[in-house]
Structure formats: structure tokens, C-alpha cells
Design a protein around this ligand. Structure first.
Ligand code: ADP
Length: 595
């Protein structure tokens, strides 16, 4: 056995264990039905093989009508009943394909939603997700496809044992002919599988691109940009390119498979010639009766096919497990950041950045360079600076979406890496600039599943969306976007931001963060939102990030970020008083809005 096969074998067990422990526990009926179907299907060929020779010899010899009628009845009725049963079980099993596929697709989705955020921007992790998705569905047939293979394998073993016994009784030499044939076709099929596996690796990237085009870009939130920037031509052309690449991939596979397929057809012909020749001679020499001749030929053919089937089962099983193993790998994808176990104290927190330096994974640029800052419990900090100064990155590190490259972040004096990740994350309610609303109801977008009716109403009023909601026939139960329903609404950019803010407030966390979610509002409206927000946040710790100064008047402290460093730090009055200072200049330029 070559190294590749050994590599595949070690994937077999984990895959089978995962499939059976999850799917088996969830759908035990599936396994009972599979067992019954396998038994019926394995018994099916033996009716003909055992009865037909008796029938033929009776026809060639005594021709007793009652005996003939009895054989014919057993043959026909027996096969009929087994066929009926087999069809019935297959029909009952069909629905499990969908169920199992859905179950594992859901597992993948759940797992990807819980992945460390950092991995969502990591190419290797995204590739692994795609491989898990395709590997667990089309390529392997999923848990259903794998279980089918295993049951088929067991059924085939049962049949082979029966066929070998029958042939050994009359024409044992036939077994050698069959073995040679099966071994040859096994080798060739294994080559074919290698070609297919390589082709799958080559097509994984193209498939991801197809997925992007097929699922993401058709989302009509892209609609405006596609029309206004006339992106259609580019998109269509790119689609054509990927199609060409995909076709080239399939052609590559077909070209490489062709000679192997020719060889397979040749060996099959030789096998049949030898079998007929040998058994024919035995009949001429009167070693076998005509009935046994038909039995040997049909058993040899059945054994051939079943052994071929067995080899195919094994290879198919290895191949499918090989694909499905991508699922196992994905479900065990290493975490991007270490997680601790310490509990986070209830209440407000003291946050400290100590010499924090950060470069995004795979880059050398220090987006943050030696940041030192302490935020006292309940303090409101405004972070300002030009675009690209590192403000959002600062928040990403605080929320542990990434870990610092150097230095440390402390919460209540303890490195944040030591805290239980979920508990730590639960301290923050950030509204990012690129927040996303879901195509669900307004209420669900704010409160998700546990709706506190009066709180949602209060927040809707607070962010001044009560007017808009009042006009809607279904009120807060109106869907956002038209993804699911005709009467879904398309809120304006400003309205979406207000919803996102309401969602953050609803979470009711000790620390709240607004990362320029108001960029689509005019400075005056932004100022208003921040002012109301400020009242609402009360004595919670809050971070306001903006390249405008709307929030600075309300905040205890202002940190001005420039080139990854905190260039200026102090109260509004202190910073506004620095002659030629960054903040002083920004304030001067924007003062008309805030005076
Ligand atoms: P700000 O919020 O002040 O506008 P950011 O923190 O978003 O700035 O970005 C700071 C710098 O980091 C920018 O130069 C930006 O291009 C870069 N950057 C942001 N996100 C990533 C990322 N995921 N990978 C690599 N570079 C990034």
C-alpha cells in the first residue's frame, strides 16, 4: 500500500466516528433502514443463481410441469418480493439524504459563526471552510453518501462469500481468472481516483469564486454600486473567465482519465472471453450440466461485478472520507487566539493598554506602535484621528478580535488573554462602521431572540425611529430588506446606523463602543445622536470613535491618533488650547457645527 493510501486510511476512522456519533445518535432509524435494505439487496441475486440452474436442468431433462411451475413461482415471486422490499426501504431512506445534508451544513455554519474573528480574514481558514462545505456535500455525498458506501461494502462482502462458495463447488479455476481481472481494474480505478482528487484541489479556488458570484453579489445590497459604477460588464467578464477556468479544470480531468477508461474496457472483454471458454469446455467434457453452466456464468459475472463493487466501495469510501475529512479539519480548526478561564468581575472596568504594538497578520506595518493609555471605570473616551490612523484597530484589539503583536491589554489589572473569552466578549457592545443588519424583523435586529418589548420600544424612540416604525403596517415586525418578503423595508444609511446603535444599547454591557457608525449622518445629526447616546450611556465606560469631533465635547478625555501613536491626549479644553495641535486644528475647521 503506498503512502497516499496510508494517509487516507488515517482519515477514515475520524470521519466515520464523526458521522456515526453525530448522525447515528440523531437519526438511528436511518441505520436500521440501511441494515434492512442491505440484507434484502444482498439476498436478491441468490434467488436467480440458485433456482435458474434447477429450472434449466429440469427443462433439459424430466420436464415435470409441476416441478417447473414450482421453480418458476419461487423465482418470480421471490424476486418480486425482494424488489418490492428494497424499493420500499430505498424510498424511506431518501428523506435522510436531505436531513443529514442539512444537519451537517448547519454544523458548519454554526462552527464558522463561532470562529475567532481573525480567521474570517484568514485565507487558509476561508479555504478550509470552502473545502469542508464542498467536501461534506457534493464530493463525498455527505454522511448519507459515506454510510451508503459502508453498508454497500458490508452487503457486497456477504454476496462475495456466497458466490465464492458456489463457484468453488463446480469450477474453482474461475476464481483465479476473476481475481486477476479485479486486481487489474482496481489498480486502474485507483489511478482514476488520484486524477479526480487532484482535480478537486485545483478547482477549490474557482469554486470559492463561483460561490462569491452566485451567492454574495446577487444580494441586492450590492445593487446600487453595481449599477452606478457599471460593474456589470466587469462581473460578467470575470464570470466568463472563471467558467473558462472551471471548464479547463474538468477537461484536464477528462483527458487524464481517458486512457485508463480504455484499458478498463479491454480487461473486461478478456475476462468475459476466458470465463465463457473455460466453463464451455467443462460442459463439452460433460463435467457440468447446462443448468450449472448458466449458474457458473451468472455467478462469475455477479462475483466479478461484486468484487469490482467491493474495490470501488473501498476506494470510494477512502475518497469520500478524504473529502469529508476536510470537515473534521474545519471543525477542529486551531483557534487564532489563546483563551483563558478567569472570570470577569461584574460592574465597570479599568482598561489599560501597555506598550501595545500591532501589525496585521502577514504584514509588517505597525498599525499601532507603542500605545499606552488607561481608561478608568465609567470614563468616556473619544478617539479621533484621520482615516487609517489605527482607531478601529485599537478597538479590534480591545474586543480581542485580534491580539497585540507586542505589549499587553489589561482589564482590571489582568491581561485580557487570561479571561474566559465569551465572558470577556460579553463586556462590549461595539457598533462598527461596517455593522451588518440581518434580513429579519426590526425587532429581531435589535433584540435577537430574547425580546424585552418595552425596552425595544424605548430604544426605538431614543434613536428616533419611532416615527418611521409608526408608519409601517407591521411596525417593528417589519422585515428589513426584501430578501424574504415583498414588503420588507430598505432603511436609509442613517436609519440603519440608528438600528445598529439601538442593538448595541439593548445588549446592556459595561462598555459600549461607537466606531464611526454615524458616518452617513450629517455632522449636526451625528452630534444629536452622540448627545442623546451620551445621556443614555450614563456611567458606563464608553468609546467614541470619529474623524469628526461631535463626541469630544461630552467625553472626559480625548485621544488623538496619528500614525499608530497617541499624538495628543487630554480634555477638550486642554487639547483645544495646544497652539498648532492636531486637535486644535481639527476643532477650528469643524467648529461651525458644534458651537
Ligand atoms: P481608522 O479606524 O483610524 O480609519 P484602521 O484601524 O481601520 O484606521 O486602519 C489602520 C490601518 O490598518 C490602515 O492602513 C488599514 O489599511 C490597515 N488595516 C485595517 N484592517 C486591516 C486588515 N484586516 N489587514 C491589513 N491591514 C489592515
Amino acid at each position: 500500500m503506498d503512502e497516499k493510501n496510508i494517509k487516507t486510511i488515517h482519515k477514515l476512522l475520524p470521519v466515520i466516528r464523526v458521522m456515526f456519533s453525530t448522525a447515528g445518535r440523531r437519526y438511528p432509524r436511518f441505520f436500521v433502514l440501511e441494515t434492512l435494505k442491505t440484507l434484502v439487496q444482498a439476498a436478491q441475486p441468490f434467488v436467480g443463481i440458485l433456482i435458474t440452474p434447477l429450472l434449466v436442468d429440469e427443462l433439459c431433462g424430466p420436464r415435470n410441469i409441476r416441478t417447473l411451475a414450482a421453480y418458476a413461482a419461487i423465482l418470480i415471486v421471490g424476486e418480486y418480493i425482494l424488489t418490492l422490499l428494497s424499493e420500499r426501504f430505498s424510498m424511506m431512506l431518501q428523506k435522510y439524504q436531505e436531513r443529514l445534508d442539512n444537519y451537517f451544513t448547519m454544523q458548519i455554519s454554526r462552527h464558522s459563526m463561532g470562529l475567532d474573528f481573525q480567521l474570517t480574514e484568514d485565507k487558509a481558514a476561508l479555504d478550509q471552510l470552502e473545502k469542508a462545505r464542498t467536501g461534506m456535500t457534493w464530493y463525498s455525498g455527505g454522511a448519507y453518501g459515506i454510510a451508503e458506501q459502508i453498508f454497500m461494502f458490508l452487503g457486497n462482502i456477504f454476496k462475495v462469500a456466497g458466490f465464492v462458495t458456489i463457484i468453488t463447488m463446480h469450477a474453482p479455476f474461475l476464481l483465479i481468472v476473476i481475481l486477476i481481472y479485479v486486481a487489474l481494474s482496481g489498480v486502474v480505478t485507483s489511478r482514476l481516483n488520484k486524477v479526480e482528487l487532484e482535480s478537486y484541489g485545483r478547482l477549490s479556488k474557482v469554486n470559492r469564486l463561483f460561490g462569491y458570484f452566485g451567492w454574495e453579489i446577487v444580494d441586492f445590497r450590492f445593487g446600487k454600486d453595481i449599477r452606478l459604477y457599471d460593474a456589470r460588464r466587469m462581473l460578467v467578464n470575470k464570470w466568463k473567465d472563471y467558467t473558462a477556468e472551471s471548464i479547463a479544470g474538468w477537461k484536464w480531468q477528462a483527458d487524464r482519465s481517458y486512457p485508463y477508461n480504455l484499458f478498463l474496457a479491454g480487461t473486461e472483454m478478456l475476462g468475459a472471453l476466458t470465463t465463457y471458454g473455460y466453463v464451455g469446455i467443462l460442459v463439452i467434457r460433460k463435467v457440468l450440466s447446462i443448468g450449472t453452466f448458466t449458474q457458473m456464468i451468472s455467478t462469475a459475472m455477479a462475483l466479478n461485478a461484486t468484487l469490482g463493487g467491493l474495490v470501488w466501495n473501498i476506494q470510494e469510501l477512502m475518497k469520500r472520507c478524504n473529502y469529508a475529512y476536510e470537515y473534521v479539519l474545519f471543525m477542529n480548526y486551531p483557534e487564532a487566539i489563546p483563551k483563558g478561564t478567569a472570570h470577569v468581575e461584574k460592574g465597570e472596568h479599568r482598561i489599560e493598554f501597555r506598550n501595545v504594538t500591532f501589525a496585521y497578520p502577514g504584514t509588517d506595518t505597525r498599525v499601532l506602535d507603542g500605545i499606552n493609555i488607561t481608561i478608568e471605570p465609567g470614563e468616556h473616551l473619544s478617539i479621533v484621528g484621520l482615516n487609517g490612523a489605527g482607531k478601529t484597530t485599537f478597538i479590534k484589539l480591545l474586543c480581542r478580535l485580534y491580539d497585540p503583536t507586542d505589549g499587553e491589554i489589561l482589564l482590571d489589572g489582568r491581561n485580557i488573554k487570561e479571561y474566559d473569552y465569551k465572558e470577556y466578549m460579553a463586556q462590549f457592545a461595539p457598533v462598527f462602521q461596517d455593522f451588518k443588519l440581518f434580513g429579519f424583523t426590526i425587532r429581531e435586529n435589535i433584540a435577537f431572540e430574547d425580546t424585552d418589548q418595552s425596552r425595544v420600544d424605548e430604544l426605538i424612540k431614543l434613536v428616533e425611529l419611532d416615527g418611521m416604525a409608526g408608519k409601517l403596517e407591521k411596525g417593528l415586525d417589519t422585515r428589513i430588506f426584501k430578501i424574504f418578503e415583498e414588503d420588507g423595508i430598505e432603511p436609509s444609511g442613517g436609519e440603519q446606523q440608528k438600528l445598529a446603535i439601538a442593538r448595541a444599547l439593548y445588549k446592556n454591557t459595561p462598555v459600549i463602543i461607537l466606531d464611526e457608525p454615524t458616518a452617513a449622518l450629517d455632522p449636526v445629526a451625528e452630534y444629536e445622536i452622540y448627545r442623546q447616546f451620551h445621556t443614555l450611556v450614563g456611567d458606563k465606560t464608553a468609546f467614541y470613535i470619529s474623524h469628526r469631533l461631535s463626541s469630544c465635547r461630552f467625553c472626559d478625555r480625548i485621544a488623538v491618533f496619528a500614525d499608530g501613536k497617541i499624538a495628543e491626549y487630554g480634555s477638550h479644553d486642554e487639547l483645544a488650547g495646544i497652539p498648532g495641535g492636531i486637535y486644535a486644528k481639527m476643532f477650528e475647521a469643524q467648529a461651525q457645527y458644534y458651537k
